[in-house]
Design a protein around this ligand. Structure first.
Ligand code: SF4
Ligand code: SF4
Length: 470
């Protein structure tokens, strides 16, 4: 999905001239601006500048309300031809945080144009995706940072927004849908959810009502995506295909499933033998993903090992403790309340992240988060780790105490830049989005055009090339 870069175009909204902050001016700039205003340099300094809070330079004064003194009523810069270098370099020479990009009309237009470009490049023909989200919690990663399914719902919305596919999120009141998604409010839960209980039935009725209002009346290709398995198994899809993307649980039910690993796919197939026998031609495997910008390589690493996960024997916490003891290194165990920048920094500074999970891990987000931070991952040698950890490159997969201990000793020899690059190439939104776009088209095609025998039913054309028979 490569395409030409789209240039930033200022929309003259004036927001950046109202942001909190300072505009520094040097001697040459003072001379040029004073001349432009037909003032002496001294008069210009007196009328329009003051000392910066750090006392290292002069800065422009502000109008009442905080806007730059030179911003006029029509949002134009009164000294535009001679404005300071700090302003001329905006935004190209700035690292503009996302919350400020949201305030800038130019950045918003650029994001929208990039989305359209990605949509065109993916040639995804799906007109709308209906996302059935969390049945108990509002969609808010800030309010429920430890809930994996809230994180999954949020990530899936980010993916659809990235691809420019219009979507509606069906969720609990108070949800904050990322990007340009619509929200269908399913109210508040009337109690805990269990399959078949009172809230399950009420939730199903509410979903059906909301879907009936929003499903199109024409032939628009639409897919319903279920992100909470059995909680949504009794809905009326009105003939639309229902898919389960980012599937990390056991109670899956649809004929179109996206597993994050072959390991998890095979566990589910073994568990659901009857359902699986004749019904599994339309599944696929696409790994989970995260936003690469949320993780970074630390300026320096500290010599500790990190265990980030549940305080549970089946997660291998005892192996992690034994390994740290044997290697005489401190072990940081973090079980919850760790997210955002703090989480990235904690991972990035570790010598290695230990994930000695004893069961068949469906995916293990931490394994890829660590790789985005350039931190080696030391795991058991089964489950999704066999697909996400490149032994000797991004980490080590181990089966004995000796192997775990050797892996800890070898971890500093791995190249952190190379580890992050591997993660960006395989587990960023940019890397994964094309596979999802292709799969959505595939699902619509097989659903509408004859299933197994549907013409051109190929999950991802990039992996198959052109037909030699064409
Ligand atoms: S906020 Fe963005 S669009 Fe608005 S004036 Fe500044 S650079 Fe231009
Ligand atoms: S000098 Fe001009 S561009 Fe710079 S902040 Fe002031 S009004 Fe905006």
């Amino acid at each position: 999905m490569t395409s030409n870069p789209i240039p930033f175009v200022c929309k003259c909204c004036g927001a950046c001239c109202r942001w909190p902050g300072i505009v520094r001016v040097n001697t040459d700039e003072i001379r040029a601006i004073a001349a432009h205003l037909s003032l002496s340099e001294d008069d210009f300094r007196d009328q329009y500048t003051r000392l910066a809070p750090d006392r290292t330079s002069l800065i422009l004064t502000e109008a009442p309300g905080g806007a730059c003194i030179f911003l006029d009523a029509a949002n134009r810069c009164r000294i535009n031809p001679v404005k300071p270098e700090q302003c001329r370099g905006f935004p190209e020479k700035w690292n503009v945080p996302p919350e400020y990009q949201q305030l800038c009309a130019g950045f918003r237009a650029l994001a929208s144009a990039k989305k359209q470009q990605r949509r065109a490049a993916s040639s995804c023909g799906i007109g709308h995706i209906h996302v059935l989200g969390h049945p108990l919690l509002p969609l808010s990663v800030e309010d429920a940072p430890a809930d994996a399914q809230v994180f999954t719902c949020h990530n899936f919305c980010l993916l659809l927004d990235y691809l420019g596919i219009p979507f509606t999120y069906y969720g609990i009141s108070g949800s904050q849908v990322p990007g340009e998604g619509n929200f269908a409010d399913c109210g508040r839960p009337t109690g805990p959810w269990r399959y078949g209980n009172r809230w399950h039935k009420t939730y199903t009725q509410r979903l059906n009502r909301q879907l009936a209002k929003r499903l199109s009346n024409d032939r628009t290709p639409e897919i319903i995506c279920s992100l909470y398995g059995a909680a949504q198994a009794d809905i009326d899809p009105a003939g639309r295909p229902v898919s389960e993307p980012l599937l990390g649980y056991d109670h899956c039910w649809t004929p179109y499933r996206v597993f994050p690993s072959y390991a998890h796919q095979h566990v589910i197939y073994a568990k659901q033998e009857d359902f699986t026998k004749n019904n599994r031609f339309f599944d696929t495997v696409i790994p989970h993903f995260v936003n690469a910008d949320d993780y970074w390589i630390a300026a320096h690493s500290d010599d500790y090992l990190l265990y980030l996960g549940r305080d549970a024997a089946d997660k291998g916490i005892d192996i992690a403790r034994q390994c740290a003891d044997a290697c005489k290194l401190p072990l940081q165990c973090v079980h919850d309340n760790c997210f955002g920048a703090d989480k990235s920094e904690l991972i990035a500074r570790a010598r290695a992240v230990l994930m000695p999970t004893l069961y068949v891990e469906p995916f293990g987000y931490v394994a890829i988060e660590a790789q985005f931070c350039g931190t080696p991952v030391i795991t058991t040698d089964w489950g999704a780790f066999t697909e996400t950890i490149v032994h000797g490159v991004t980490g080590f997969r181990c089966r004995t105490a000796a192997e775990f201990n050797r892996a800890v000793a070898l971890a500093p020899s791995l190249n952190r830049q190379a580890i992050r690059k591997y993660a960006c190439d395989h587990y960023s939104i940019e890397a994964v989005a094309p596979a999802y776009a292709a799969y959505f088209d595939f699902v619509w095609n097989v659903h509408k055009n004859g299933g197994y025998y549907a013409p051109d039913a190929i999950r991802d054309q990039r992996q198959w090339g052109n037909s030699p028979f064409a």
